[in-house]
Write a protein that binds this ligand. Structure first.
Ligand code: EPZ
Length: 423
């Protein structure tokens, strides 16, 4: 298995282009199931999770054509679900990528049947799908949980008023897609408000759907009979952008993050500013200057527009070498502090108390062999390696490749001493 080797101490300088958003691309690729017409997508990132999603879709009978991009990403993709032959997403695919569960809504809505493995838990938490299933049942699906699979059938889904106990991103996406072809109007209350939700609604409306209120607490979908094809460029990945910004702050570097959407990162940018990081925002470019030690700040992760849980691990690294004591409270997932143990092995002073982490800034971290446990934890170890004294060797970086496109190249282009060791 590959490893990443980082030698700390280099300032990052120069610029980096943000890739397409993984968490926008996954539901959008899956939404191609809702029409028999070709759907063209540009700016799709070259990530393991994207390739898993394409394997899942082609396994259902969706035709996938790639036009290789001479630049980054997988280039232009055309998907066409005019010969869908299977309505099943197998356990081995769903367990490697839980977003596979998003095929449930489109399959049920367009074909009236779906057999999808329930994702089960993952490293960061139990991550149930009860809200997805509850909403689909309220829209008229008969669902049995048999041998770890959700087996669902319906003559035709109908509109419903659905309340989400938790503003779940995935449940909002699954139900929005299901409601697009249902009979009547659906309202999703306490809906997730992430930019990826707005982006999916934008694509569905370009396909002819009638969705209002995406990005607010209440999303209204008026079902129609058929959707048509679409051509769409994916928004940039706000979490990748934020990750590089923390890297610049940590190494007291000076970089420009290009092709970002600053408006998708308000809470995060405010926290960086509070921590004393120099930020200059100009259109889709964000200049980040790390001026000395970061100030310690308290962070609580919240559903959007609150501080994103997917940038929590990265900020923990910055706080571990800040000038005081900070507290990070994780309210979204029940086990998203596994990076803390690995950072402690690198000399960080972190005390965990339930969903709270108390971090006391130390003078410096020291390089060590560490192990990645989940996607964002793995990138936090790369960040720590950038500022640790000596060498840091990160194993199990398959987690990293799920959500970051050639990160070692992007970082070394800005001066980091980082390499991938083929294993
Ligand atoms: C999406 O996951 C993202 N993944 C996650 O990013 C992100 O951390 C998460 O939203 C929160 O922002 C994708 O978009 C592919 P949720 P999702 O449903 O949809 C509970 C990354 O690093 N819940 O909003 O699975 C759940 O247990 C990944 O890129 C239920 O209780 O997240 C969690 O506590 C990690 N029942 C909370 O809601 C349900 O039916 C938020 O989960 C569904 C969710």
């Amino acid at each position: 298995m590959d490893k990443i080797l980082v030698k700390g101490g280099r300032r990052l300088e120069g610029e980096v282009a943000v890739g397409g958003s993984k968490n926008a691309a996954l539901p959008i690729l899956i939404s191609s199931l809702l029409t028999a017409e070709p759907c063209r997508y540009q700016g799709i990132p070259d990530l393991v999770d994207i390739h898993t999603a394409l394997k899942l879709l082609s396994g259902l009978g969706v035709r996938v054509e790639k036009e290789r991009s001479p630049f980054r990403g997988v280039g232009e993709l055309t998907l066409q679900a005019d010969r869908v032959s299977k309505m099943e997403a197998s356990y081995d695919l769903v367990k490697t990528m839980r977003a596979s569960f998003l095929v449930m809504g489109p399959l049920l809505s367009r074909f009236g049947a779906a057999r999808v493995s329930t994702p089960g838990g993952c490293a960061i938490g139990a991550r149930p799908v009860n809200l997805h299933l509850k909403g689909l049942a309220e829209m008229g699906a008969g669902i049995d949980l048999v041998h770890g699979y959700a087996e669902a059938r319906t003559r035709k889904l109908h509109g419903a008023k659905i309340y989400l106990d938790v503003p779940s991103v995935g449940a909002t996406e699954n139900l929005m897609m299901a409601a697009s072809l249902a009979d009547g109007t659906t309202a999703i209350e306490n809906a997730a408000k992430e930019p990826e939700i707005e982006e999916l609604a934008l694509v569905l409306n370009k396909m002819g759907a009638r969705i209002e209120g995406a990005g607010s607490d209440i999303v209204k979908i008026e079902g129609i009979d058929e959707l048509h094809g679409v051509s769409h460029r994916i928004i940039p990945d706000r979490i990748e952008a934020g990750t590089f910004m923390v890297a610049a702050a940590l190494t007291r570097g000076d970089i420009v993050v290009r092709g970002a959407r600053p408006d998708h990162l308000d809470a995060f940018l405010l926290k960086l500013r509070e921590a004393g990081v120099g930020l200059t925002v100009a259109g889709d470019e964000i200049r980040v200057k790390g001026d000395g030690k970061a100030k310690s700040v308290d962070i609580t992760t919240l559903p959007y527009p609150g501080f994103p849980t997917d940038l929590q691990a990265q900020m923990m690294v910055l706080m571990s070498v800040s000038d005081g004591v900070s507290m990070i409270t994780e309210t979204i997932f029940e086990n998203r502090f596994m990076h803390a143990q690995e950072l402690s092995r690198m000399g960080a002073d972190i005390r965990l108390e339930g969903n709270r982490a108390i971090i006391k800034g130390v003078e410096s971290l020291s390089g060590a062999p560490v192990m990645a446990t989940d996607l964002r934890a793995s990138v936090s170890l790369v960040l720590a390696g950038l500022v640790a004294t000596g060498r840091t060797e990160i194993s199990r970086i398959y987690h990293l490749d799920r959500g970051y496109e050639h990160i070692e190249k992007k970082l070394s282009n800005m001066g980091a001493d980082i390499q991938r060791i083929k294993g």
